[in-house]
Design a binder for this molecule. Structure first.
Ligand SMILES: NC(=O)c1ccc[n+]([C@@H]2O[C@H](COP(=O)([O-])OP(=O)(O)OC[C@H]3O[C@@H](n4cnc5c(N)ncnc54)[C@H](O)[C@@H]3O)[C@@H](O)[C@H]2O)c1
Length: 340
């Protein structure tokens, strides 16, 4: 059993991420020494257990983005009170990104800050959501609008958990894994899956360490997300997040080519990694409404003014502002996206 250890280096808030088959057996090593009890926040369908050496109380929360809400925070806080959870104890988020976002925010708020440990059970959780300390919930006005930066004390990525993950959720995770191929210059393809996940964690950890609160560099993790989010929303979420991000990266490659930032070989590499290696869609199945997509992309969180994208280039991936609509249409044409 090989367990890799990656440290998210944030000074006194640094923490380890343990990755590998069977990594959950290391749970006690990441619990705070002061913890006398733990509340485990999870969901009914997560067939994965964690057994720390302290008395535990399990709270089940609903499944789906509609449950990533302040009502759920109130519900779990009520359970914290019933169990007598103190600030010296620990909250354990056991699940995908939805669970760890909720567990993290509940822990950040409980007694103005109680330790949290994440046991990620989805691929998205392992390579992205559980790492980096972004926590939060949705409101009627949009996703993740209420939240806090609250770093966990440790993260466990036990690849055994993935054996029960539904295929579409696996594809979502693969979309994010594909993103790391382009964020790093490394040949991730030569790595076996556990090492590849560990490498993705390392890339995310390094970016978070350099820009904890997304003042700049952390925005690179949104590669493929500008068109991705727009496609997700225009499909009424029938296109899953990771699948939409995968298509968004292909689009970003075409856009970078249109802007003279990369050559055709690099565009081809996007098709190879996303389409062939991970078997993800490289364009939407249906015709698209370009005007609607552009409108949605203008409303993207990163777009402080005009159309902003995260694009590949000679000096790597970077944020590019003020992309013109004409350039978007050229990229749509190059990708052969048919208009509705
Ligand atoms: N905080 C961050 O930095 C960050 C980053 C990326 C995404 N997110 C958030 O993460 C969420 C998406 O995460 P996700 O894709 O993991 O979705 P999710 O947590 O909703 O999980 C997807 C589904 O898979 C199920 N599941 C999870 N693990 C399972 C397992 N091992 N076996 C069987 N079923 C399992 C869940 O119950 C759920 O039904 C979104 O809310 C997103 O906003 C946060």
């Amino acid at each position: 059993m090989t367990i890799s250890r990656v440290v998210v280096d944030l000074g006194e808030r640094s923490y380890p991420v343990l990755i590998g088959h069977g990594a959950v057996s290391e749970i006690n090593s990441v619990l705070p020494k002061t913890a006398k009890r733990a509340v485990i926040i999870t969901q009914k369908n997560i067939n994965f257990t964690v057994k720390p050496d302290v008395p535990c109380f399990t709270v089940l929360i609903g499944d789906g983005e509609q449950h990533k809400s302040l009502q759920t925070i109130e519900f779990v806080s009520q359970k914290f009170a019933e169990f007598g959870l103190t600030r010296e104890d620990v909250v354990i988020g056991l699940g995908g990104g939805m669970v760890t976002d909720v567990a993290g925010y509940a822990a950040a708020s409980w007694h103005r800050g109680t330790a949290v440990v994440h046991v990620a059970t989805s691929l998205v959780g392992m390579v992205d959501a559980a790492i980096g300390g972004k926590t939060g919930v949705n409101t009627g006005a949009g996703k993740n609008l209420i939240g806090a930066f609250w770093q966990p004390r440790g993260v466990i990525c036990d690849l055994d958990a993935l054996s029960t993950l539904p295929a579409n959720e696996m594809r979502c995770g693969l979309g994010e894994v594909a993103k790391y191929h382009f964020l790093s210059g490394d040949d991730l393809l030569k790595l076996e899956m556990p090492e590849r996940v560990a490498r993705c964690v390392k890339i995310k950890a390094e970016i978070v360490s350099s820009d904890e609160r997304e003042g700049g560099r952390r925005a690179l993790l949104n590669y493929g997300h500008t068109l991705g989010h727009a496609l997700e929303r225009s499909s009424d979420f029938s296109l899953a997040h990771g699948e939409a991000v995968a298509i968004g990266m292909v689009f970003a490659a075409h856009l970078a080519r249109v802007m003279g930032r990369i050559d055709q070989a690099r565009v081809d590499q996007h098709y190879k990694v996303i389409g062939e290696v991970y078997g993800l869609k490289v364009k939407p199945e249906n015709k698209v409404d370009r005007a609607e997509l552009i409108r949605l992309m203008r409303g993207d969180k990163k777009a402080v003014s005009g159309l902003t994208f995260v694009l590949d280039g000679r000096s790597g991936i970077e944020t590019v502002k003020d992309v013109s609509e004409a350039q978007l249409h050229q990229a749509f044409d190059a990708m052969q996206l048919e208009e509705k």
